[in-house]
Design a protein around this ligand. Structure first.
Ligand SMILES: Cc1cc2nc3c(=O)[nH]c(=O)nc-3n(C[C@H](O)[C@H](O)[C@H](O)COP(=O)(O)O)c2cc1C
Length: 209
């Protein structure tokens, strides 16, 4: 199957088969894809909480408008933005660049100023809104990577972020939930995946200049 065929096959699954679980390799592959997602400056100003514990999923379902995907999928990915994008966060990232590329910290001073300037030039709320956008890119990569492996995923914005933060103790970790995705395998009678995909025609979607 080509990538386009796989994207045609994928669907935001509503009804997962609770008996079908991701293998350790499948899950690890998805984590690798999310890890490789691009982000502005490469900062990755989010964390991804991967929940397979049934009890936690049940609590989250109540905070997710009772969407069955939350409990019936094999794993629930919660993308959560860092809430305090301060100098320390920026500097630690530059430390990581230096150690990963084995370059002297001083050579990255210009880059550091750019990164810190960007973070300090916005309010806390603006930084969180920006982080949410970064998290959505990681979500997109997850959805495509899952489709590539024949794994199903259901992205969801329909949840109470404050309640998710509370249940998962995210506030204490300096995080707040951005967006979530249920990952696993569709039930044979999932209705939506059997429907024709609705997309705007290319003539309407794209403007060529
Ligand atoms: C960011 C995002 C949030 C979504 N939130 C929900 C949701 O809370 N519940 C739901 O059933 N579907 C949700 N969807 C699924 C969309 O309705 C679905 O992707 C869209 O209708 C296109 O269908 P397809 O993904 O099956 O091609 C969400 C999709 C995205 C990308």
């Amino acid at each position: 199957m080509s990538l386009i065929d796989k994207l045609q096959w994928r669907s935001a699954i509503k009804k997962f088969d609770p008996a079908k679980k991701l293998t350790a390799d499948q899950l690890d592959n998805l984590l690798s894809a999310v890890q490789l997602a691009p982000s502005s400056y490469g900062l990755q100003s989010y964390k991804v909480i991967v929940i397979r514990d049934a009890e936690t999923k049940a609590k989250l379902r109540a905070a997710g408008y009772d969407q069955a995907q939350i409990t019936d999928s094999s794993a629930l990915f919660v993308f959560a933005s860092v809430t305090n994008l301060d100098n320390d966060f920026g500097k630690k990232f530059i430390d990581l660049v230096a150690s990963t590329r084995n370059v002297a910290r001083e050579t990255l001073q210009g880059y550091e100023q750019v990164v810190l300037g960007a973070l300090n030039g916005r309010t806390r709320e603006q930084n969180i809104a920006w982080s949410h956008k970064q998290a959505y890119i990681a979500l997109g990569v997850l959805l495509s990577a899952a489709a590539d492996q024949g794994i199903d995923a259901g992205p969801m914005e329909g949840f109470d972020a404050e309640k998710f933060d509370e249940i998962l103790g995210l506030k204490e970790k300096g995080l707040t939930a951005s967006v979530i995705a249920a990952v696993g395998f569709r039930a044979d009678d999932d209705r939506y995946s059997q429907m024709i995909k609705v997309r705007r025609p290319k003539e309407e979607l794209f403007i060529h200049i």
